[in-house]
Write a protein that binds this ligand. Structure first.
Ligand code: ADP
Ligand code: MG
Ligand code: MG
Ligand code: MG
Length: 687
């Protein structure tokens, strides 16, 4: 969540008058940034993670775990603490690795977001600071909470919106912004932006959002499953009719409010590139990895008090902010709207951005809905077609929240209108241009991952992603597959036990350059584990052009289906490539973990740092092989093994409480009655 503008948010019927104004000025603001920043170089890698928490309040007497709505008080205390610590830092010259974390508000009034405070640098030694910093954030957050409150990194709260009490204090499930049958408006961050976002999405859409997640059919789950907990007889708001009129589907868990999705927690990683071209390239290269990392981090098996037949939050959030009208969803002929739009504004990437030699236009194989006038404005100003299409696509959306005080802006000083549209296109990847008047460079954000229960895992996934970007640059890796296949992988990634049971489309030959690159990547060059560690920058970046001519051969021959184990740990495949890699018929798919290992082998890394990084790589490797469980699988097993579980898919208050207690114990580095062993498998050595 970026900075929160202060002011008076307009209701939807007022926002409608300004949609074109915001779009046009937003594009002018982008153009100003592009013209002034397109040639800048940022020689330092800077990067950082974002961790989101739920503040859970435990009522030990009644065995209930509730979501504490004290975000504002907690954030105020945390802000005062940060201020105090910064003063101490200034006077005492505190080293960077003791950086002061910073905390931010999030959509849910029970949520917090925390970042390292100052971005991490390119030093390899710094990589161990990630987990330390995450530990510190959790400690500081806990110190500023009530004794019964605890910050937990749960991707979704199993009993959010379930019958009975799930917030502390209790609030009846009703309210004018969301008009939900299940969630009180009181659980929305009260800053004007959030209730307005909620209400305006509903109004623009013309109904409440409707999310239907398939129920997990256990041995005693009725079939068909008809959810009797939906109050179909309620008549407070006109939208109460939605559920009666078919929005709630049999055999599904029905959810009707933005809070179900935006109230989930995720793990994001942002990193700065050396220039705009590298940012575009990394944006593309990470795009096919999004579903892979969504599946690997799956942590959301239960919704509204029921076990679901999926493991991830992604499609719930996509549905929870889907502001498309019936015309835009293709349910009615276009009359008042301009386009039929295939996806929610929260969804996966639709368009590759890079013009690097590995790119083939055929990879952008999903028909892109664009605003032609915006594309023309951009291309007339000199922006290339591919980048222009990206923004002409993002800018088919309306702004949802407009503050009356911010309607008129100086397009050379502000990027508010641009950010308004850009930051409400919640894609798996975000291409972040430099804000005006800063020395920040072109950044890319990796956004699909679910938050993990422990800091160990969150550090493992964050550092892995940043190391993978270095391996991509260093070995000149090429992960391109058609966007339609990435979309298909997104569907597969969310299914129950996707890591074990699904296969994913992936590129067979990921080495863009001739075969010597492959050898180098697989063997590493010099290995050294002594002496001072290097920084990422000193790893030689392979800037050689991989080929002089565009790749040829059928795109369909470039990819195949892989298991997660093969993708992460490697596999020998038969490669009958019509493509251009010479005559290698049997080709080893190296696996992402071995690739990162090779990258590390080519660097001088301090022994203790390497040891920690090995533990991270082990986690990924063993999770991909199925030896260790995802959080979703572990939670599902915990719920199904609980004495109070009736094999009817219901996650009772008692089960929820015990699960929360087990999660809390895991965050402290302990196992829960040994039941966590298949989850972390004892690989978490202390830092
Ligand atoms: P948003 O919510 O818009 O995605 P945040 O500011 O919450 O962004 O978090 C972005 C992350 O990027 C943080 O971890 C922060 O430390 C990191 N970061 C800050 N400045 C830079 C930079 N110049 N380059 C790369 N990362 C940065
Ligand atoms: Mg956030
Ligand atoms: Mg943020
Ligand atoms: Mg972010």
């Amino acid at each position: 969540m970026g900075l929160l503008s202060l002011g008076t948010p307009l209701p939807w019927h007022e926002v409608e008058k300004y949609t074109d104004h915001v779009r046009q000025h937003g594009i002018q603001q982008f153009l100003y940034i592009w013209k002034t920043k397109k040639d800048i170089k940022s020689n330092n890698l800077l990067w950082g993670d974002e961790v989101e928490y739920m503040v859970v309040s435990c009522d030990d007497e009644h065995k209930r775990a509730l979501l504490s709505l004290r975000q504002a008080e907690i954030l105020k205390a945390l802000e005062e603490n940060e201020h105090k610590e910064r003063l101490i830092e200034e006077t005492n010259n505190v080293p960077l690795n003791q950086r002061i974390p910073s905390f931010h508000p999030e959509y849910g009034r029970y949520m917090l977001e925390a970042t390292p405070g100052t971005p991490y640098t390119a030093s390899l030694d710094e990589l161990v600071n990630v987990e330390k910093n995450m530990n510190k954030r959790r400690e500081i957050a806990k110190e500023h909470m009530l004794p019964q409150e605890v910050p937990l990194t749960l991707a979704s709260f199993p009993r959010l919106g379930a019958p009975g009490q799930f917030t502390d204090p209790y609030c009846p499930p009703t309210g004018p912004a969301s008009r939900s049958l299940f969630l009180p408006d009181e659980l929305i961050n009260p800053h004007a932006r959030f209730p307005t976002l909620t209400g305006n999405i509903r109004e623009r859409r013309g109904s409440k959002v409707a999310i239907n997640v398939p129920i997990f059919k256990d041995t005693n789950t009725p079939s068909p499953f008809i959810d009797r907990t939906i109050p179909l007889d309620r008549h407070i708001f006109p939208e109460d009719a939605n559920a009666r009129e078919g929005a709630a589907k049999p055999d599904h868990i029905y959810m009707d409010s933005m809070g179900f999705g935006m109230g989930c927690c995720c793990l994001q990683v942002t990193f700065q590139s050396t220039d705009i071209d590298e940012a575009r390239r990394l944006y593309d290269q990470l795009t096919p990895l999004c579903p892979i990392f969504l599946a690997l981090t799956a942590a959301s098996p239960a919704w509204r008090g029921f076990l679901s037949d999926q493991d991830c939050r992604w499609n719930v959030i996509a549905g929870s902010v889907d502001d498309r009208t019936e015309e835009e969803r293709g349910l009615k002929p276009l009359k008042n709207q301009r386009y039929v739009i295939p996806k929610s504004r929260y969804d996966s990437v639709d368009w590759y951005l890079s013009q690097s030699p590995e790119f083939r236009p055929e990879y952008n194989d999903v028909e892109l809905v664009i605003d032609p006038a915006i594309k023309k404005t951009l291309t007339d100003a000199g922006v290339d077609e591919q980048l222009a299409s990206h923004y002409a696509h993002l800018f088919i959306r309306d702004p949802i929240v407009v503050f009356s005080e911010l309607v008129d802006q100086d397009d050379t000083k502000s990027s508010d209108h641009f950010e308004n549209i850009q930051s409400t296109n919640w894609q798996t990847m975000r291409f972040k241009p430099p804000p005006p008047d800063t020395d920040i460079g072109w950044r890319v954000e990796f956004r699909p991952m679910e938050i993990q229960i422990t800091d160990f895992e969150n550090a493992a996934f964050s550092t892995f992603i940043v190391l993978l970007t270095r391996a991509i640059l260093s070995f000149r890796l090429n992960f391109y597959i058609p966007i339609s296949k990435v979309d298909e992988n997104m569907v597969r990634a969310q299914r129950r036990d996707a890591v074990l049971d699904e296969k994913f489309y992936f590129r067979k030959n990921i080495f863009a350059s001739p075969s010597h690159m492959h050898d180098e990547a697989m063997t590493g060059s010099e290995t050294s584990s002594e002496g001072s560690s290097e920084s990422f920058e000193s790893a030689e970046t392979n800037t050689s052009s991989p080929r002089k001519t565009a790749p040829s051969g059928k795109v369909e021959d470039e990819y195949a289906l892989f298991t997660m184990n093969e993708l992460i740990n490697g596999k020998k495949i038969h490669y009958d490539g019509a493509a251009d890699d010479g005559d290698n018929d049997v080709y080893e798919f190296p696996g992402l973990v071995p690739l990162v290992r090779s990258y590390l082998d080519s660097m001088a890394v301090d022994v203790s740092v390497r040891c920690r990084l090995n533990a991270y790589l082990d986690l990924l490797s063993r999770r991909a092989s199925g030896e260790l469980q995802t959080a979703a699988a572990w939670m599902r097993e915990f719920i199904r093994g609980h004495p109070d579980y009736k094999f009817d898919s219901v996650v009772s208050e008692e089960i929820n409480y015990d699960l929360v207690k087990a999660v809390e114990q895991l965050t402290k580095g302990e196992e829960w009655d040994g039941k966590g062993s298949k989850f972390l498998g004892g690989i978490r050595a202390s830092l």
